[in-house]
Write a protein that binds this ligand. Structure first.
Ligand code: BGP
Length: 477
């Protein structure tokens, strides 16, 4: 028995990393627009350096990105050619509500996504829509302080009311917040949070998290009311944390690190704050701004499925002397001596995907959906834009095999697999273009030069064969 017959193969993108058109057709400015490329990016996305508008010293890659705003028909046709069953994309909140707090939505923004979803259906591609992929209208940040303010819950509710009604019948798979745990690691990118001097950061982060968790429950409620066929998922930046050794102190440290991430999904999937989190938050003096009705809301509207990104596992030690940090997906981890790493230092661990899937399935017993996985690498195209990206095929083949093992050997219920960045796009972590994930090469460089021409890499035909065989054929061609 292999993958389910209706397995949703595809790819995933985020509006701000591919669309561009940041000021077109009434779109408002958002946090993700003002994250510059270069050395200051990390300070901006972590909320340490204030950047609420463009300046002349920085390059802002999201302004144009790969200009999918004007190329989406061509791009979706290529996805169709590969046989995609689904395309995960995000809507830009500030296209629909440019400031975020208006009573009426921006029709041009709504129409853009309606056209895009209909384009997907022409090829039999089911859209999988992330409601918020790191973006927050800048006006909501400046006027209300972003998600630290409970008013954001109401603005998000307005957004959900509009999009669930407008796209009824053409979208049925929804994710509420991309990598919701990113609020702890990149709080400005993840939730629009910039910290004032002396502010208790952790208090603000968990206050904002509570608001996002409420908003997620409300979204789930409305989605189900508007159309009982809607399926709503949470989304976790996953990748299990391993203990560096079998020293029980390391094992405990790893358990705590895993709980830090699972906390969000525990609430979204089980409908309540877990006991360990209530204790840990109380010990730190953090209060969660619970109001009447919050507990009931969280309990009544849990998600239908668990989606997650997986790039790597992580490693931790209780020994303060341990050094040798490696890069990771924003949050760093100790270097695991048993694993190789990508050119950006992200360690490569296919079995870790099977381990992570099993942990999530054991814990929640709900269907899983892998909505991001892939290799960011430097590609060298020939004069026709062709890239022989065997390294990417190797990475994906090993991960898809591990995913199949989790399904076929361990019985995990898996809805689909959307690899990250089927077409090259801007890196969320670094703002670079040269960190490429795609099956489709885009002629654009880190500084914004290039024709934007699209061309197929070797992996394009490989993934097409994988999809056509429902994952039975994984060999490199
Ligand atoms: C995840 C994000 C994506 C994506 C991916 C790869 O954290 O959800 O938006 O970018 O990581 O990371 P990067 O772009 O930094 O290589």
């Amino acid at each position: 028995m292999g993958l389910r017959n209706d397995f949703l193969w595809g790819g995933a993108t985020a509006a701000n990393q591919c669309e561009g058109g940041y000021d077109e057709d009434g779109r408002g400015l958002a946090n993700v627009d003002v994250a510059p490329a270069g050395a200051d990016r990390i300070s901006v996305i972590t909320g340490e350096m204030k950047m609420y508008d463009f300046d002349n010293q920085h390059f802002y890659p999201a302004k144009k990105a790969i200009d999918m705003y004007h190329h989406y028909k061509e791009d979706i046709a290529l996805f169709g050619e590969m046989g995609f069953k689904t395309y995960r994309l995000s809507i830009a909140w500030s296209r629909i509500f440019p400031k975020g707090d208006e009573a009426e939505p921006n029709e041009a923004g709504l129409q853009f996504y309606e056209d895009l979803f209909k384009e997907c259906h022409k090829y039999g591609i089911e859209p999988l829509v992330t409601i918020t992929h790191f973006d927050c209208p800048m006006h909501l940040i400046e006027k209300y302080g972003a998600w630290r303010n409970r008013k954001l819950v109401g603005f998000y509710e307005n957004l959900c009311n509009v999009i669930f009604r407008r796209y009824k019948g053409i979208v049925k798979y929804w994710l509420t917040f991309n990598e919701i745990n990113m609020i702890l690691h990149a709080p400005f990118m993840g939730a629009g949070l910039y910290f004032e001097a002396g502010e208790n950061k952790e208090q603000t982060q968990y206050t904002a998290a509570h608001h996002e968790l409420l908003a997620s429950a409300i979204a789930t409620k409305i989605a189900h009311e508007v159309d009982p066929n809607n399926k709503v998922g949470c989304m976790l930046a996953a990748g299990s944390t391993y203990p560096y050794t079998c020293n029980p102190n390391d094992v405990w440290k790893a358990a705590e690190a895993n709980r830090e991430a699972y906390f969000f999904i525990d609430v979204q999937s089980r409908g309540r704050y877990p006991a360990y989190a209530l204790k840990a938050l109380a010990r730190k003096g953090i209060t969660i701004p619970f109001m009447d009705g919050d507990a009931e809301l969280l309990a009544a509207h849990t998600v239908d499925f668990i989606s997650f990104s997986y790039y790597s596992s992580r490693c931790t030690s209780a020994d303060p002397e341990m050094s040798g940090n490696t890069e990771g997906n924003i949050f760093a981890s100790l270097k695991n001596p048993y694993l190789d790493a990508s050119e950006w230092g992200w360690q490569i661990d296919p079995l870790g995907l099977r381990i992570t899937m099993n942990e999530l399935y054991d814990r929640y017993e709900k269907p899983l959906f892998i909505v991001e996985n892939g290799l960011g690498a430097i590609d060298t195209p020939d004069e026709n834009g062709y890239v022989a990206d065997d390294y990417r095929i190797d990475y994906m083949r090993a991960h898809i095999q591990a995913m199949k093992d989790a399904v076929e050997l361990d019985g995990v219920d898996l809805l689909g697999y959307t690899m990250w960045g089927p077409i090259d796009l801007v890196s969320a972590g670094t703002g670079e273009m040269k960190k490429r994930y795609g099956f489709i090469y885009v002629d654009r460089d880190n500084e914004g030069n290039g024709t934007l021409r699209r061309s197929k890499k070797k992996s394009f035909e490989w993934y097409k064969a994988v999809i056509a065989s429902n994952g039975e054929i994984l060999e490199n061609l």
